[in-house]
Ligand binder design. Structure first.
Ligand code: UDP
Ligand code: MG
Length: 326
């Protein structure tokens, strides 16, 4: 038997933060399903530089919506260009500031079913500081996406210094008031919310959901983008790739010292052995490769320091349109 969840909307102020990138085909249906919940005080849509009709569609809906008596404010934050989903999520957090008791991140393509929001709110009402929606299945993902996700979680959890990621937990999460403020105060350039949120250490409760297919359109993540996102995420949470070179260096140096003794003894007892071109070339190439990888990893971390030191804004807002302010 399903437990009935009773929630009175007037009790709390809750906002939804939804990044949108080229969602013209999904946005009407998405807003319709959110409004049907009659639970949300403000739906914050962040247009992340869409090149389709998403913005006009949202403004059209806002115009119709403002004439109706509704408890939900629909706000649109239009960014000047595509800054990426993580920056769009941060723009939403910055916009709501500390005006809400809880905020929920949700995708606009309906892969995150809004109908589990009452369950998430209920878990929060019962004391959870964070509520994480966890996918029951990966049927909507291609074989490559499933396999790469599984490898990513394993590598991340092996390398990460301070947290362990829960597989199949995405960005569909509820944050309480305190968690909103903490996440907002974390301004690092490479953002990986799936790691940053558990890193805060707030208590989390899981709610499972069926992760369906996109309502319309296709995912904006290709294999290269996912790979880059994966590497960025690991490097943001681990300094092991940086430290491991000292260890590798130590092993190679120890082996070379041992080998030099072998050569020395061989030379003393058997004279100079001229052949050895192949082993010499292999050793030079191998060491050259190892050194280049090491320099590459160093460069990556230095690049991060460089980007963070510039303290450029994570996003730039072109326009802000809210239904209650029209
Ligand atoms: N999105 C965004 N900026 C981007 C890419 C995606 O705001 O550069 C939004 C997108 O509109 C959707 C959510 O992030 O609401 C998830 O994107 P997508 O469905 O492409 O990713 P997937 O579900 O395949 O991980
Ligand atoms: Mg999606």
């Amino acid at each position: 038997m399903t437990k009935k969840v009773l929630i009175t909307k007037e009790k709390y102020n809750i906002s939804l933060i939804s990044p949108c990138f080229n969602e013209e085909e999904n946005i009407s249906k998405f807003i319709e399903r959110i409004l049907a919940l009659k639970l949300i005080n403000e739906l914050v849509l962040i247009d992340d530089g869409s090149t389709d009709n998403t913005v006009n569609k949202i403004i059209e809906i806002q115009k119709k919506h403002s004439s109706k008596k509704s408890l939900t404010i629909i706000s649109l934050i239009q960014l000047t260009r595509n800054f990426g989903k993580e920056s769009a999520m941060l723009a939403g957090l910055d916009y709501i500031k500390d005006r809400y008791d809880a905020a929920i991140f949700i995708d606009a393509d309906l892969q995150h079913p809004p109908e589990i929001i009452p369950k998430m709110i209920s878990a929060w009402e019962h004391g959870a500081e964070i509520v994480t929606a966890v996918r029951e299945d990966r049927e909507a993902d291609t074989f490559i996406k499933c396999a790469s996700a599984s490898i990513f979680y394993k590598v991340f959890n092996w390398l990460a210094n301070s947290i362990q990621l829960k597989a199949n937990a995405g960005d569909y999460r509820l944050l309480n008031h305190q968690a909103i403020n903490v996440l907002r105060s974390m301004r690092e350039y490479y953002r990986f919310s799936k790691g940053l949120i558990p890193w805060t250490g707030f208590s989390s409760v899981e709610v499972s959901y069926h992760h369906g297919y996109r309502y319309k359109g296709s995912s904006s993540w290709n294999t290269i983008k996912l790979l880059k996102y994966g590497i960025d995420s690991v490097f943001s949470f681990s300094d092991l790739p940086l430290k491991i070179w000292s260890f590798i260096g130590l092993i190679i140096s120890s082996v070379s010292i041992l080998y030099s003794f072998v050569i020395l003894i061989r030379t003393i007892f058997f004279g100079i052995d001229v052949p050895g071109y192949a082993s010499l070339i292999v050793a030079i190439l191998f060491l050259g490769g190892v050194q280049l990888i090491g320099i590459g990893v160093l460069g990556d971390y230095i690049g991060r320091i460089f980007l963070n030191s510039k303290t450029r804004p994570h996003y730039i807002i072109r326009k802000l349109i809210c239904t209650d302010k029209q």
